[in-house]
Design a protein around this ligand. Structure first.
Ligand SMILES: [Zn+2]
Length: 253
């Protein structure tokens, strides 16, 4: 006899997004470590006196008890673990956080473990909350998001043949998954990446988000890194994240 699925799920999770549903309900898009992304209905939370209200704001990490009904998950309890209140006092940090949450929503698996992505997102939100540079934090998140989602960018060896790359300006092809050596590049569309930009990307691979965000990157190098990561994301996410444009506009007024 097949085991019955559990009737409830106790898990921590991050509210990636919240949308109104019905008269007074909201549907939360949650990222959880063990169950990946899931939608859960929070009943009555759009009424001003609702008890759950403060615990289910977007960009909040909470402990949830979720009742699993017929095809519908319902939030039975929620208690805030971290509201990231400091990051929410900075428009740029908040925009970066919302952007990371939107990317996480797009690249996360539904009802499948997402431990690495969850750790990446909590680390990034914690760094932003501690005052880390929003742009650096977002770039770090993008690079590592690609890696934990199975699209690790090749920036040390050629993405096609694995050959070592000389320390020189290199050819970056987002569609090919990273840098291509001279022999592999042929007619592949791509862009040139300076030695400095390559070093920034390699550095991001081996340090923490806070360490990376503390790195001072010259504006022209930051622009190269931003462009390369944006193209790499575009190659795997079909639609440009809406919050990305907003984050860009508050980052470079
Ligand atoms: Zn090659």
């Amino acid at each position: 006899m097949a085991a019955r699925p559990p009737r409830s799920l106790a898990t921590e999770g991050i509210v990636l997004r919240r949308r109104p549903s019905g008269e007074a309900d909201a549907t939360l898009v949650l990222l959880t470590p063990g169950e990946g992304r899931l939608d859960a209905v929070a009943r009555g939370v759009r009424k001003p006196q609702a008890r759950l209200r403060g615990h289910i704001e977007p960009v909040t990490r909470s402990r949830f008890l979720i009742a699993r009904g017929r095809g519908r998950d319902v939030v039975a309890q929620a208690v805030t673990l971290d509201a990231y209140l400091r990051l929410k006092t900075s428009l740029q940090a908040l925009a970066a956080a919302i952007y990371c949450c939107e990317l996480a929503e797009r690249l996360s698996a539904v009802h499948a473990p997402q431990h690495e992505l969850y750790a990446l997102l909590t680390d990034t939100l914690a760094a932003l909350d501690a005052g880390a540079n929003p742009e650096g934090s977002a770039r770090y998140f993008e690079l590592h998001l690609l890696a934990v989602s199975g699209y690790e960018l090749q920036v040390v060896a050629c993405a096609a043949c694995g050959a070592d790359l000389p320390e020189a300006e290199a050819f970056f092809a987002a569609g090919a998954g990273g840098i291509l050596c001279r022999g592999c590049r042929a007619d592949t569309p791509g862009r040139l990446l300076s030695v400095r930009a390559q070093k920034v990307l390699r550095f991001a691979r081996r340090v923490t988000v806070a360490e990376f965000a503390a790195l001072r990157v010259p504006p022209e190098t930051a622009a190269e890194v931003r462009g390369a990561l944006a193209e790499a994301l575009r190659a795997v996410v079909d639609v440009e994240p809406r919050s990305g444009t907003f984050f860009e506009s508050v980052s470079r007024p």
